[in-house]
Design a binder for this molecule. Sequence first.
Ligand code: SAM
Length: 244
Amino acid sequence: MIPPLVYELVNQEQLAREVASYIGATAIKSEQLTDQPHLYLSESGLSFFHPEARSKNKFQIDFNSGSTGWRIKRADHEKLIKKALGKSEHPLNILDCTAGMLQDTLLFLSLGHQVTALEQSKILFHLLQDGISRSEDQSIFKKLELIHTNACSYSAQAKNFDVIYFDPMYPSTKKNALGSGQLQYISKILETESLENNAFKDFEVLQLIPARKMVVKRPIKAEPFSPQTNYQVSGKTTRFDIYI
Ligand SMILES: C[S@@+](CC[C@H](N)C(=O)[O-])C[C@H]1O[C@@H](n2cnc3c(N)ncnc32)[C@H](O)[C@@H]1O
């Protein structure tokens, strides 16, 4: 069930109603605040709360600071991604099928590429839009088109991309259950919207999109989705499978 959107200030009512109507939620004033899952619109932006999430804080996309501050601690990851994309004299046109928190997309953008990023979750899509609107660095988003859609539905219209990028949710195991609080929040959002994915089925559809290459992010020890992987770029915990 889609949770309510709780707004704090009277002057946010119209925006709250617009977002709520897109999501299929009801907009309610903060006096009726609940300890059930809800979206929260306040002066500091849009956030999501789930009582079962490990993090006590509401989940908000913040491109300016904190743990979503994408420039932090990403040097190793950046090296791997650069290697996976390969050398190119011109900016690439990349389709990121799994926007998530846009962290990988931001790396692509910072390398000068053009990115179309797809996110299936309405809630996450709005959190991202809100994060982008509050970002102090607007220039980085100039070459981004963010679309709310399922990548498999979009695939028929996907043309002229150099690279298809696919980073599905890892299956939850006892070992990774205590992983990133943010990823746990994303799974809670997907659960709330009853969005279930089958990464292997998605891969089978997405690999048919015409492109120079497909880059698939996998846990280091996971089987590739296909034996036809052309090469792999491996880090400590993550691996990129490349299909040409
Ligand atoms: C592991 S996260 C991606 C993280 C992202 N690469 C980042 O750097 O922030 C997976 C995200 O992809 C989205 N997703 C999964 N399958 C999708 C699909 N078929 N179409 C669109 N979005 C999808 C999920 O909703 C989730 O937000």
